[in-house]
Design a protein around this ligand. Sequence first.
Ligand code: FE2
Ligand code: FE2
Length: 305
Amino acid sequence: MATLLELTSQGDVGTMSDESKLANFKLMDPQQLYELWERQPWSAHAIDLEGDKREWETSVTELEKEQLAYNLSAFFIGEERVATQFSGLVRSYESQGEEAFLTTQQVDEVRHAQFFNRFYAEVLQRDGSFEERLVQAREDVNEAFIQLFDVELVNAQENLLQNPGDIEAKVDFVVMYHMVIEGTLALTGQHFMQEFLESKGFMKGLLEGYQRISQDEHRHVAYGTWFLKEKAGQDPAFKRRISTKLMELMPLAQGVLVPPGVDDPYDYELLGYHSSETNQFAFNALSRRLKVIGVPLGDAADVAA
Ligand SMILES: [Fe+2]
Ligand SMILES: [Fe+2]
């Protein structure tokens, strides 16, 4: 029952043919991702939450509510953080297509935070302001989460704001934001939440929100993969930088995956899923993208050793 950190340190177990297929994978560029964004519009305020409000009272058990709290609050706070800590990356654009795509990503993150704020106000019936609901949601997350979103992410953006032309700072930011926060943590949390809601057949509004957000996140992660592949292909020093940054962040990412209050962080179950399933899903998501970028996890582990 390996953790994400152990799986990452062991490196990757894929076959050679997998690797060459993934290394030659054709990625969409930022202009194409911008055009895809135009074809995938949605509104956080148009999703019907009336049924969810009823079912939260009548169909969701107290244990399920307790277990859902970490995922919901992590997304609510996380979306607010990634929306407000993004301007530095927008300023670092290197082409018109990239500028266009990055501005859409910032709007997407705001829309995601708006959706969760609506869910907390209308379904969980949390009174007060958006800001007060965020403060209250912070009671549900752990220390690793706070360290990643309030310290590491804030510092990474500060570095970019001070010098938007600093490509090393931009690489560090994209590794943290697009590979770790979105590509490893968010897509994993969304996957298991969607599976849980589909299996239960309740809270269709919340499910629709997660599905729409997940579609947006796949576009965002596609941009991050494109950007890092471009830089890794230009200079081996960037490859080493990507590996080093990634290994530096893995212990923190591992900590974020463990919900607060579990007895054994290596062996627990949440909403019917064992921690080994969550870790394996997160690891597979990350390792597949790293192969596309051209920085396999084995190399990442070697660099960090
Ligand atoms: Fe988001
Ligand atoms: Fe995102």
